[in-house]
Design a protein around this ligand. Structure first.
Ligand code: ADP
Ligand code: MG
Length: 730
C-alpha cells in the first residue's frame, strides 16, 4: 500500500457518514425471543400431551422418545417456516473456537417428481457431521470419522436468518466428548447433585440447585477500512506492531464519555437482534481503552448463558460489518492499553434463592451463606492452577497481569467484612458460637453478618476471583473464549468440594454431633485450609508473586506448562470422580489446547515476518536513502565545515535506521529458524514449549525495533494505519 492510500483510508474512516439508528416501534417485551422456540411457542405449536412431555424432558424427568421427537419436529417446522426458515442445522461448540454448523434444506422428494418440505424427529435429535475436520486430540483417528451431534432440549432452538438452529452436544462414535457442551452439562448435573445435598441441611425441601452465569463481554470496534489495511489484525486478531499513540487511555475520557453516535447505532442494532434471539441484554457502556466497549445481559442458567454468549459473539461480528466496523474479540488487540476480558459472574441458586446471598434473615441462612462461600473458596483453592489452565491461551496470555486485567495467579478477594467474619469464625469455639435454645435446629447464635453493599465488596480490580455481594466474579476469562471451559472447572470443583464437605459433616453427625455444630466445625476447618487462596492486596505487586509461591499457589506463567494442569492426578481424580470427563478426554483436551497454542503463535510469527520484510524494511530503506541523498547534496552545496555539522542529525538518523533494519532482518531470519527447529519437535508439549520460549519472545523483541522505526520514518511513507488513526474513530 502506498501512503496516499493510507491517507485515503484514514480520511474515509473519519468522514461523517449518515448513521442509521435502528428504530423499533414495539417495546422489548413485545419482541423478546421472537425467534426462539421457547415454552410459550411450544404450547402454541405442539399438541397438549406433547408439550407436557417436552416440559418433563427439559426438567430432566423424562427421556425423549422418537414419537415425541417427530411431533415436536412437526410443530417446530411449522413455526420456523412461518418465520421464513428454509434450512436447519445442528449447532455445536467444537474444541476450537466458536461454533460449527452444517445446514440442510427442509426439502425432500414427494415421490411424484416434486418436492415437499420435511423435517423429522430424527433430524432434530441426531446428526452425523463429518467429525474428521474437527479436532479430537487423538480420540478418533481420521478413518473413523464418525461423530454424533445430539440435541440439547434444555437450550431452545432458534431461527437465525433462514436457518433453524438446534443447539447440540458433539461426541465421538465411541461416546467421548468432542465439544464444550457435553462436559458442561455433566458438570452442571454434578454440582446440582452435590449442592442440593448440602442445601438440604438448611432447607430440607430443596429439589434442585442451578448454576448461574452472567457474562460481561468486552470488545473493540475498528473501522473496517483501517482493519483491511492491517494484515496482522486480519490474520491474528491483534496488532503485532504499532507504536503507542501519544494519547490513549490516560485521561479516562473514553470511559466517562458518551457513547459515540456510530457506535450507539451499532449497539442498538445488536441489542434488538439479541433480544429477538432471547438474549436478555441489559447493560452497555464504553470501556477504559479508546474504542473499547462492554455488553452484558441479565444472568441466566449456565448452559443457556454459554450458548447465548457464543451466539452473541457471532452476532456482534455480523452486526458490526453492517455498520462499517470490525468487531475485535481478541484479548489484546492493541499493546499498551487495556485488553478485553469476559467477566464470568457465577453463583448457585435453589428454586427459592441464591445460595451465595448474604446476610440471611435467620442464623441458619447465615450459616448456609458462610458454608457456600467457604466451599467455593475450597474449590478454587484446590484447583487454582486448573482454573488458570481453563482460561490460558496464546491470546489471553497477552492480557493477564497487564493494565487492569487480573494477574496470572488465581486468588480470591472477599472484601473486609466477609474476611473479618471468616477470621472470627476461624478462631471461635463451638460453644461461643452455638448456644442452643428451645428449638434445636434453627436457633444458632451466629454473630450477625453485616449488611453487604456493592461498594465494599467490589473494589479490588486486580483480583481474579472476587466476591461481589451475591456471586463470585471470575475475571480472568478471555474475551473470545468459550465461557464453558472455566464453568466446567468451576462447577466440577464446587461439586467435589461440596461432596467432600458433606462426607465429613455426615461423619460427625453419625458420631452424634448436632448437625449445625457439625457443619460449623467443618466450615472452621475449611476456613483454615483454604486460607492461602484469600488475598485482598495488590495482585500486580512483585511481593504478591513471591508470597503466592510461598503459599503454594500456582505461579506458573508459561502457557504450555500451565496446560499440564489438565493431566495432574488431582484433576483426573476430580473429573472422573464427579463423572464429568475421563482421563482419555482430558488428554485429548490437553493435546488440542497445545496444538491450538502452537498454531496461533505460528501464524503470528509468519505474518509478522512477512510484514517486516515486505512493508517495514522497504519503506525504512527508502526513507534512509532519501536522507543519504540529502546528506550528499548538502555536501555538494556547502563546504565541509558548514555541511558536516548540519548533516550530523541526519547521519545519526541514518545510522539508527541502519541498526534497526539490520536487527529486524537478522532476527526475522532467526524467527524463521526458530520455527523450523520447533516444527521438527515430535512431542506436542515440547513443541509448544519451544514456540513459547523461542518464537513468541522474538516477535516482541523485533517489534520494539519496528515501533521505533515508525517514530523515525516519514509519516507519508508509512504504509500501515497507526494506533492513533485506528483508535479514535467514531
Ligand atoms: P459490574 O458492576 O461488575 O460491571 P454488571 O452489571 O456489568 O456488573 O454485570 C454483572 C453481571 O452479573 C450481570 O450479567 C448480572 O446479571 C450478573 N449477576 C448478578 N447477580 C448474579 C448472580 N447472583 N449470579 C450470577 N450472575 C449475576
Ligand atoms: Mg463486573
Amino acid at each position: 500500500m502506498s501512503s496516499t492510500l493510507r491517507f485515503q483510508i484514514v480520511g474515509e474512516a473519519f468522514k461523517k457518514r449518515p448513521v442509521e439508528v435502528p428504530n423499533r416501534k414495539e417495546r422489548p417485551s413485545e419482541f423478546f425471543a421472537k425467534y426462539v422456540f421457547n415454552r410459550q411457542k411450544m404450547q402454541q405449536y405442539l399438541p397438549a400431551d406433547i408439550y407436557k412431555k417436552m416440559c418433563d424432558v427439559i426438567e430432566g424427568d423424562a427421556t425423549l422418545d422418537m414419537a415425541t421427537a417427530d411431533a415436536v419436529a412437526a410443530g417446530m417446522k411449522k413455526w420456523a417456516m412461518e418465520l421464513g426458515a428454509t434450512h436447519c442445522t445442528h449447532w455445536f461448540q467444537p474444541l476450537t473456537e466458536g461454533t460449527a454448523e452444517k445446514h440442510d434444506g427442509f426439502v425432500e422428494h414427494d415421490g411424484k417428481g416434486g418436492m415437499i418440505e420435511e423435517f423429522t424427529g430424527k433430524q432434530l435429535v441426531q446428526q452425523e457431521p463429518d467429525a474428521s475436520s474437527f479436532p479430537s486430540g487423538g480420540i478418533r483417528s481420521t478413518f473413523e470419522a464418525r461423530g454424533y451431534s445430539a440435541w440439547d432440549p434444555t437450550s431452545p432452538v432458534f431461527v437465525f436468518g433462514d436457518t433453524l438452529m438446534i443447539p447440540t452436544i458433539f461426541i465421538s462414535y465411541t461416546g467421548e466428548a468432542l465439544d464444550y457442551k457435553a462436559p458442561l452439562k455433566k458438570s452442571l448435573k454434578a454440582v446440582d447433585k452435590a449442592a442440593t445435598a448440602v442445601a438440604r441441611y438448611f432447607y430440607p425441601d430443596v429439589k434442585k440447585v442451578v448454576s448461574n452465569l452472567g457474562w460481561e463481554q468486552e470488545y473493540f470496534l475498528v473501522d473496517e477500512g483501517l482493519y483491511a489495511a492491517r494484515p496482522d489484525l486480519m490474520m491474528t486478531g491483534r496488532t503485532l506492531l504499532g507504536h503507542d499513540s501519544a494519547k490513549n487511555q490516560q485521561m479516562d475520557d473514553h470511559y466517562f464519555g458518551s457513547i459515540p453516535m456510530r457506535v450507539a447505532a451499532f449497539m442498538k442494532d445488536l441489542e434488538i437482534k439479541s433480544l429477538e434471539l432471547g438474549i436478555p441484554c441489559k447493560t452497555r457502556h464504553n470501556e477504559v481503552a479508546p474504542n473499547q466497549f462492554e455488553l452484558a445481559p441479565i444472568f441466566e442458567e449456565t448452559n443457556l448463558a454459554v450458548d447465548h454468549n457464543m451466539l452473541i459473539m457471532s452476532l456482534m461480528k455480523k452486526v458490526a460489518r453492517k455498520h462499517g466496523f470490525r468487531c475485535l474479540l481478541h484479548e489484546k488487540p492493541f499493546a499498551g492499553i487495556n485488553g478485553s476480558g469476559k467477566h464470568n459472574n457465577w453463583s448457585l441458586s435453589t428454586d427459592t434463592g441464591i445460595l451465595l446471598h448474604g446476610p440471611g434473615k435467620t442464623p441458619l441462612d447465615n450459616l448456609r451463606f458462610v458454608t457456600f462461600i467457604v466451599e467455593s473458596l475450597m474449590a478454587v483453592y484446590r484447583h487454582n492452577g486448573l482454573l488458570k489452565a481453563s482460561i490460558i491461551s496464546a491470546t489471553n496470555v497477552h492480557r493477564l497481569g497487564a493494565a487492569e486485567a487480573p494477574p496470572a495467579i488465581v486468588s480470591s478477594f472477599l472484601g473486609k467484612e466477609i474476611s473479618d467474619l471468616l477470621e472470627h469464625l476461624e478462631t471461635s469455639t463451638d460453644d461461643e458460637l452455638i448456644s442452643l435454645s428451645g428449638k434445636q435446629t434453627l436457633s444458632l447464635d451466629i454473630p450477625q453478618i453485616p449488611e453487604l453493599t456493592q461498594d465494599n465488596t467490589d473494589r479490588n480490580r486486580t483480583s481474579p476471583f472476587a466476591f461481589t455481594g451475591n456471586r463470585f466474579e471470575f475475571r480472568a476469562v478471555g474475551s473470545q473464549q468459550n465461557c464453558a471451559a472455566s464453568m466446567i472447572v468451576l462447577n466440577t470443583a464446587m461439586a467435589e468440594a461440596l461432596t467432600n464437605f458433606k462426607t465429613r459433616v455426615d461423619a460427625l453427625i453419625s458420631e452424634g454431633l448436632e448437625p449445625m455444630k457439625a457443619i460449623l466445625r467443618i466450615v472452621r476447618e475449611d476456613i483454615k485450609t483454604c486460607k492461602p487462596i484469600r488475598f485482598d492486596g495488590n495482585g500486580y505487586s512483585e511481593a504478591w508473586k513471591q508470597e503466592a509461591a510461598r503459599r503454594g499457589l500456582d505461579v506458573e506463567t508459561s502457557a504450555p506448562i500451565i496446560l499440564d494442569q489438565y493431566l495432574k492426578p488431582e484433576t483426573i481424580e476430580m473429573f472422573e470422580g464427579m463423572n464429568v470427563l475421563s482421563k482419555a478426554e482430558l488428554e485429548a483436551r490437553n493435546e488440542i489446547k497445545l496444538d491450538t497454542y502452537i498454531k496461533k503463535v505460528q501464524i503470528e510469527a509468519r505474518i509478522f515476518g512477512d510484514i517486516c520484510m515486505n512493508h517495514i524494511i522497504p519503506v525504512a530503506t527508502r526513507y534512509q536513502t532519501q536522507l543519504i541523498d540529502n546528506v550528499h547534496r548538502m555536501k555538494q552545496i556547502f563546504p565541509a565545515e558548514v555541511a558536516d555539522p548540519l548533516n550530523s542529525t541526519n547521519l545519526s538518523l541514518i545510522k539508527q535506521m541502519g541498526e534497526h533494519n539490520a536487527f529486524i532482518i537478522e532476527n526475522v531470519e532467526r524467527l524463521i529458524e526458530a520455527r523450523r527447529v520447533a516444527n521438527r519437535i515430535k512431542d506436542g508439549r515440547e513443541r509448544a514449549i519451544a514456540y513459547h520460549d523461542t518464537v513468541a519472545p522474538l516477535i516482541e523483541e523485533i517489534r520494539y525495533h519496528v515501533d521505533h522505526l515508525e517514530l523515525i520514518v516519514d509519516d507519508e511513507l508509512w504504509p500501515l494505519p497507526k494506533y492513533r488513526e485506528m483508535l479514535f474513530i467514531h
